[in-house]
Design a protein around this ligand. Structure first.
Ligand code: ZN
Length: 567
């Protein structure tokens, strides 16, 4: 049986070793993301290796594993939980030192490729924002196709790195007695493969019929808009069809018009009256216009203010606007674990709905990070789980389509909203459906990838899944590593399910907040912030994600809250 004083001494020495290096790694990550320089990449690799070495000692690992196996004999729940967390930190970094270093290098290389890659459209290098805009707004079939293909050229560049990463990750997993990295990774994330598989197949069958209807309806409108016989991937507004916010998810009245209206874009009155390439025509409603003259930073502050959560400190440390060499994605980063916490957000804000969503999302992560109880022991001063922090981020990001939020916080007039409130709700439902089907592709693909990273038909495996689950046709004869163009496959492997669980928890949490805590929109009530700090953020990693969900919502994770939103 572990002796508590011995365990405590060990943990305290470990904290002394880990804290400074962890902070250096985070600083290096920030520096690479904000500058994209070679030096920054070198520093991240160096710090990352140093960090991994802190957990490499085999004797220490065996000692902790012994404690882990006998942890139930400890009376102190905090000590027990620290052993669980530390055991996983060690366990995730056991293995051949050369392999670990190589993985670190390859992930850094993949990050640099993703950060610096620019596709070519019309002979010009373009960034992701530009490709996204072409796919949203352009009516030029050839240009759309070129932009879509440009978004995928990255796949070839990074494919070799991704395959090698998968091989190396599998070697580590097998050394540790797992069938492959997929199984090891889920175990280290405290998620059962059977439990997750069950949730995923439940979601697949619950979304089969509504998704098919949605896709058929959308395809009909896209065919009309582009005058084509078959809808190809580049007719959709998102390169991976992971979102449909800018596709024509029509409210019923637009659907009936579309069917009777003949040629598209002819003056049809009302919502359809604006001509041609505007998003109004593309999606039935131009939601970007709500944000065109707005200060997204200000709206973010206002949203969190109204929940009683302070974000000015985070805003002041954040990197908000586009710049050459800067990472094109959005993320939130906590640097070190000393109070007051140093929490920062990186985004590339443009005044549109996508970036408003991203701002609210990343600041959702930020308010969680900054409200973790600073009196917790070092190793428990973290979020309970990736899926719990995603839940908050998703709950906040989805406000961009909430008519009440748009009017109360974003200052959109009732007159403007009246017409489209219903449409926004349909759009949000559609977007959830589309996201789940896309996440099922990622989930199934990665499971297969790790089962056999050597297989030669990964390109067609990817498209088989896309065709079956997303009902998107593969371009005839296409045999490209399109799967490798998704950054998660390279640097955030076996991670996507966290967004799915995040969505489920988000729906469950919002339901609970509004039914039992705020008795109205949660974002208009300071009680929501207090409740979240108390019941969700504050406890940090003191409890597992399951216990966090149970404490904050009064029941175990229950996918039905989310599924009900899809009806
Ligand atoms: Zn997130």
């Amino acid at each position: 049986m572990p002796s508590p004083p011995e365990v405590e001494r060990f943990i305290s020495r470990l904290e002394g070793r880990v804290a400074p290096v962890e902070k250096t790694v985070r600083e290096a990550w920030w520096s690479l993301a904000t500058t994209g320089t070679q030096e920054a990449q070198g520093e991240l690799v160096r710090a990352g290796k140093e960090y991994n070495r802190l957990f490499a000692d085999r004797d220490e690992y065996e000692k902790i594993r012994g404690w882990y196996e006998e942890r139930d004999s400890l009376d102190d729940p905090l000590l027990r939980r620290q052993i669980e967390v530390i055991y996983r930190m060690f366990s995730g970094r056991q293995g051949d030192g050369e392999i670990l270093d190589r993985i670190e290098e390859l992930e850094a290389r993949a990050n640099t490729i993703f950060g610096n890659h620019r596709g070519v459209v019309g002979g010009r290098k373009v960034g992701e924002n530009e490709i996204r805009e072409i796919l949203r707004f352009s009516d030029d079939d050839a240009l759309r196709r070129e932009a879509w293909e440009a978004s995928k050229t990255l796949g070839r560049e990074v494919e070799g790195v991704v395959r090698e990463l998968a091989r190396l990750r599998n070697r580590l997993a097998r050394e540790a007695g797992y069938p492959d990295h997929y199984h090891r990774s889920l175990d280290l994330q405290e998620i059962g493969t059977g439990e997750l598989g069950g949730i995923m197949s439940h979601l697949e069958s619950a979304t089969d019929a509504p998704f098919k209807d949605l896709k058929e309806d959308t395809d009909g409108k896209l065919k009309e808009r582009f005058g084509v016989e078959a809808v190809m991937p580049w007719h959709l507004s998102d390169p991976f069809f992971q979102s449909c916010k800018h596709d024509p998810i029509a409210p019923p009245r637009q659907a009936s018009r579309g069917n009777s209206g003949g040629a598209s874009g002819t003056g049809d009155g009302g919502l359809m009256s604006e001509q041609n390439s505007d998003a109004t025509l593309a999606s039935g409603v131009d939601v970007d216009r709500f944000f065109r003259d707005k200060d997204l930073k200000e709206l973010t502050r206002k949203t969190y203010d109204s929940m009683g959560l302070e974000v000015r400190d985070v805003l002041a440390k954040s990197d908000l606007y586009e710049r050459e060499g800067k990472s094109q994605h959005g993320f939130c980063l906590s640097v070190g674990r000393e109070y007051p916490y140093d929490v920062r957000v990186l985004v590339n804000v443009r005044p549109d709905s996508y970036w408003m969503d991203t701002m609210l999302h990343e600041f959702g992560h930020a308010v969680y990070d900054k409200h973790i109880n600073p009196r917790l022991p070092y190793f428990l001063r973290a979020v309970a789980h990736t899926c719990t922090t995603e839940a908050i981020a998703l709950m906040m990001g989805s406000l961009v389509d909430d008519p009440t939020w748009l009017s109360a916080i974003a200052g959109v007039s009732e007159v403007e909203l009246g017409e489209i409130s219903e449409h926004l709700l349909l759009r949000e439902r559609a977007d959830r459906l589309v996201f789940i089907r896309w996440a099922l592709v990622m989930f199934n693909f990665e499971r297969e990838l790790y089962a056999d990273p050597e297989r030669e038909d990964l390109n067609s495996l990817w498209w088989d899944l896309v065709e079956r689950l997303q009902l998107v046709k593969r371009p005839p004869g296409r045999d490209e590593p399109d799967w490798a163009a998704k950054i998660h496959v390279a640097v955030a492997p076996v991670y996507y399910h966290n967004y799915v669980l995040g969505n489920l928890i988000s729906a469950q949490l919002r339901g609970h907040l509004e039914a039992h805590v705020t008795h109205g929109p949660f974002y208009e009530n300071e009680v929501a912030g207090r409740y979240l700090v108390e019941a969700f953020f504050g406890p940090g990693a003191r409890e597992t994600w399951r216990d966090t969900v149970l404490r904050a919502t009064g029941e175990e994770i229950n996918p039905d809250y989310f599924v009900n939103l899809l009806r």
